[in-house]
Ligand binder design. Sequence first.
Ligand SMILES: Nc1ncnc2c1ncn2[C@@H]1O[C@H](COP(=O)(O)OP(=O)(O)OP(=O)(O)O)[C@@H](O)[C@H]1O
Ligand SMILES: [Mg+2]
Length: 710
Amino acid sequence: MTMQPEKIGIYEIKSELGRGGMATVYKAYDPRFEREVAVKVLPSELLHADPQFRLRFEREAKIIAQLEHSAIVPVYDVGEADGQPYFVMRYMNGGSLSDRIKAGNLTIEDAVRILGTIAPGLDEAHSNGIVHRDIKPSNILFDKRGNPYISDFGIAKLSQAQSGNVTGSAIIGTPAYMAPEQAQGIEVDGRADIYALGIILFEILTGKQPYEADTPMAVAIKHITDPVPHIRQTNPKLPEAVDTIIQTAMAKDKTQRFSTAVDMTNALGEAARGDPTKIHIKPALAPSGGAREAAPTPKASVPPIPPKKGFNAFFVILPVIAIAIFAGGFFLFNGNRGRAATAPPVSTPVATSTSAPLPTETSAPVDNPTSIPIAEIEATITETSLPPTATEITVPALPTLGGADKIAFVANNEIWIMNVDGSDRKQLTVDGGLKNDLQWLPDGENIVFISGLTIKYYNVKTNVVETLTSFPSASSLNAFRVSHDGKQVIVALNNEIFVVPFDLEKLKNVHKKSELLALEPCIVPQGKTKSALVVKEARWAADDLLVAWLYKGPFASDQVSVLDIHDCDPTKIKIVDTFPGTHFEVPGFQSGILLDFDWDGFNQFIFNTARRNGGWGDLHIYNWESHRPTLTINPVGRKCCYRDARWSPDGTYLLFTFQDEGLAANAQTLFYYVPYGDIGAGANLTPIQLPDGFFKNPKEAPQPALRPAQ
Ligand SMILES: Nc1ncnc2c1ncn2[C@@H]1O[C@H](COP(=O)(O)OP(=O)(O)OP(=O)(O)O)[C@@H](O)[C@H]1O
Ligand SMILES: [Mg+2]
């Protein structure tokens, strides 16, 4: 094993995160985007063994990098350094599903949440013709908020494409999660991943894998031959329907499996809610196009073979090798349970034809990889051939991206709402009054906004605007921000900051400073917050223990301060950071004007300078934990100008508005909602479709607010 390098490409290596079957993953720092990343280094043998590898690596890497879904770990970059190919991906610091399974105590509700979140990502990949081939708990990683993501898309395929000098195939996967057809070396499609999902479900609910044996070979053979174990024999408390779901997902015959991962997780959701009558189980290939409602009894296409007496290894190995050479099928096992994590990939011959006599419990040679040539497999599997999904009437779910399902915004002085993909755009208000600082309340039903000296809220269910309260004698009312837990609210009144309990009933009767103070605020304008600040906007940390606000600071320059208010004691308030302040100069910040900012709730802020049209400028990211200078990101082809950028609720997407400075007076206000990982990656970003000239006033601030997916 090599020592930890200092750098891989431009990435500064910090520590080793772990090693899997064939790669080493490092935590690293990306100086370009000033963020932590994970760098996965593949063995240099891949390059050396195959002159074609580089080409394929680049081609495959492009396909993988284009996979874009909020449940897929984004790949930021690929490259080759010192002869080693590497992938750069988002750093996931919430551990893996395999850690969580080991820790125990996962419930069926956890399974619904975890698998339900990744299922659409898997389906999206499948509909793009990409099969993962190595779905397993260690490839399901969590972010700091506990959201699960699928990682290592396409790595199995890439590694598999390596060749030796012998024709034949090398199959990569992890035996414990391998569908029968994959174990047999025959063509796989998305349904092999669904099979693996069935195994993972089994493992989440029991802590055990359905098939266990001493050798990878024996495990692989069990997938081909052994009936699917009944989960209720291990965990009798589970609903019967869960067994049906596992039997269906793991059907030996892939046409009997669920056609999509979402079908499977929907069925699981119903099972968890305890309504077996509602469970829809739909085989992948419904006969003559019709959907079948009833759960099919899964039939193994390969009947289990009873163990034969005197069936010894010699007898087994010979026919297996003979078949393997004939069909050119070899396994390259990519790590396996019970084997040290650092064990090199193991090659094992295996039968490739179901008509061949199948060995049962065997101990084939698994630990002598050099004696068995690893041969090339034709890349036959790029295009999956999933049959068209059988039609079934379901209530269409709202599209969800970045953990949000709706965008509320201001256009032509009215509040509008649309889906995150721009569909279903509707105008909500008609009063023409000023509207500022839009925010969704945690209930997902009400949009709060400031109109002059009044705080109002619009209920999207009843379509009624109501007044929350008003401050008729105030000189200014610039911010009203409710915490994520809905318990507190930051109020910026007369350029002073208050943090008070968010109690609708009480707030109705609050119309001046003294009445705000009577609510026993966490923060009152005294001590460090006393100076007459021209507060413009405020935000909460994800855990509601820190707040940040934008105000006119010393020397009349705008700045953002981050305050620790966890004591909720005005005398103990700590300013933990202020930017741009004295840290550094923001290019283009000569005006000293910042009109808007947003916070991912953790370490990243986003804001724009003001350069044209009363508030459009360069878009900057600032990481307040690293205290490094801000980074100008200008996502749309590096061009100016932006405003009102927002992080998505899960921190993976950015929503912003853009006016192309180059088009001068012809520039339109455009909305973009794009994966953060795409920014700077050279991808062409597409704006949300809006009619031409939708925003009548180029100086209007759209102030969008994303609704966390309901
Ligand atoms: N993007 C990431 N962020 C944080 N940790 C990661 C990331 N990717 C992988 N890791 C960690 O690095 C370790 C090695 O990952 P790797 O993918 O090489 O192994 P694996 O998933 O166990 O097996 P396989 O090689 O079959 O994928 C694992 O412990 C994993 O949790
Ligand atoms: Mg992995």
